[in-house]
Ligand binder design. Structure first.
Ligand code: PLP
Length: 448
């Protein structure tokens, strides 16, 4: 880190003076100026450095300043920085082929977008046009994006400001064993009851009206909710029974987060459409997309697909994507994540939960975990209330500050700490982050 207080102050002034920030009351934020990043850390101009324990927004799978990605972008910029989508481009075609090969049998094409929101927007449009049906089902406790369709699919408070949203979207409850919406007492019962509920919802909506069921393979920002055994397989069966497309939103979990190319590969179900973004190129250049099966491609064989984007398959983004897949393969990042899961995350987080009364549950897969915090383990009362206006959020704010004071930047959501460091983190770097969280939780225990 280079210390330059003037640069720090100038960045702060321009930001506060002129940048309008996402999801924020503009006068109530004070963004930290970030000057650079390297590997699992980023640093400011004031000499502070942070372990990036949330991979920014769970996109920075290969860490900051990865030399292979940076070189690929530079080389592509020299060769051809941009080209409109109706031309064929070598990097775009290569990346599409690499993605399809990793998605497995059943997929043939990729429609590229600039991010996850647009990917879901297009999956929704494709599903409607392919089936000729208009309704789309998605879960409460989900985030699918921020434009008209994807924000309507979203099943949490970020949707409220955009309501009423688009017509035809119906929400249902997905499984969440720790706070079962179905009053289940075991994961098996949760699966059974969650599937019965979904079946009821489809029955009453009219199966012939439902184009797609959209769900996050593992729910991300809304809790790292790992589906209990058999759930995704059961949803697949319901979809098959009624001719409904299953759309897996893998914007957060695609490209290695769960230790597999696509998160769904850790389960026994295959979706019809997969949406991705973030990890495809660690967000070095905005990129997302939809992985498509031949049957949907066939729908648009003679009839134009009504959608497009000036930057669909942007060469700089695709070059970073090709490089990223190359690194994941060469460095066995998927194997590394699987080893971290069993050798570091699962045992260390379980021990953390045992030590701290403030921890209600830890859960996760691969390099994607949540520590859910409670006021009382018996009643499971959340440490801070769910989105209640005027609620006292101090306990979570203090945990965030305690981690940052120890040089670790945590990802906080609701009453949870999400642990999602870059996939290239070493076991020691993860233990360093967990040690800061451990100390922060000790302070929180003392205030219970
Ligand atoms: N879907 C999921 C599961 C996400 O986590 C996100 C972003 O966090 C999105 C969609 C939206 O992606 P983007 O912000 O790239 O538009």
């Amino acid at each position: 880190p280079v210390t330059d207080p003037d640069a720090d102050a100038a960045t702060r002034a321009d930001d506060r003076g002129h940048v309008f920030h996402s999801w924020s009351a503009q006068s109530r934020i004070d963004p930290v100026p970030v000057a650079g990043g390297l590997g699992v850390r980023f640093f400011d101009d004031a000499g502070r450095s942070y372990l990036d324990f949330g991979s920014q927004l769970v996109n920075l799978n290969l860490g900051h300043g990865h030399p292979d990605l940076v070189a690929a972008i530079k080389t592509q910029a020299d060769r051809l920085a941009t080209i409109q989508p109706s031309f064929a481009s070598d990097v775009r075609g290569t990346l599409a082929r690499l993605i399809v090969e990793r998605a497995g049998a059943g997929f043939s094409h990729v429609f590229f977008t600039n991010g996850g929101t647009e990917a879901n927007e297009h999956a929704l449009r494709m599903a409607r046009l392919h089936t000729g049906r208009h309704k789309v089902l998605s879960t409460y406790r989900s985030y699918h994006g921020a434009t008209a369709g994807s924000i309507t699919l979203t099943g949490e408070p970020r949707r409220w400001g955009s309501e009423p949203g688009i017509p035809g979207v119906v929400h249902f409850s997905g499984p969440y064993p720790y706070r079962s919406p179905f009053h289940a007492t075991s994961p098996e019962q949760e699966t059974e009851r969650a599937l019965a509920h979904l079946s009821d919802v489809v029955t009453f909506e009219g199966p012939h009206t439902v184009a797609a069921i959209v769900l996050e393979t593992v729910v991300g920002t809304n809790g790292v909710l790992v589906p209990p055994p058999g759930y995704l397989e059961g949803v697949r069966e319901l979809c098959d029974r009624w001719g409904i497309l299953l759309v897996a939103d893998e914007v957060m979990v695609g490209f290695g987060r769960l230790g597999s190319w696509f998160g769904i590969q850790r389960f026994g179900a295959t979706p019809d459409l997969i949406t991705f973004a973030k990890g495809v190129n660690s967000g070095y250049v905005p990129l997302g997309g939809v992985v498509i099966p031949p049957a949907v491609v066939e729908t648009f064989a003679e009839r134009a697909y009504p959608g497009g984007l000036t930057y669909s398959g942007h060469p700089l983004a695709c070059a970073a994507g090709v490089a990223s897949i190359g690194v994941i393969e060469r460095d066995d990042v998927l194997g590394h994540v699987r080893r971290l899961e069993t050798e570091v995350f699962a045992p260390e987080l379980t021990a953390l939960a045992d030590r701290h009364p403030v921890v209600g549950e830890v859960r996760g897969l691969g390099a994607f975990w949540a520590i859910e915090l409670v006021r009382d383990r018996e009643t499971r009362t959340p440490l801070v209330p769910f989105n209640a206006a005027g609620a006292d959020l101090a306990p979570m704010l203090e945990i965030g500050a305690a981690c940052r004071a120890r040089g670790v930047w945590p990802f906080l959501a609701g009453n949870r700490i999400h642990v999602a460091p870059p996939l290239i983190s070493t076991a020691d770097e993860i233990r360093e982050g967990l040690a800061a969280i451990d100390a922060a939780l000790s302070e929180a225990d003392a205030k219970l």
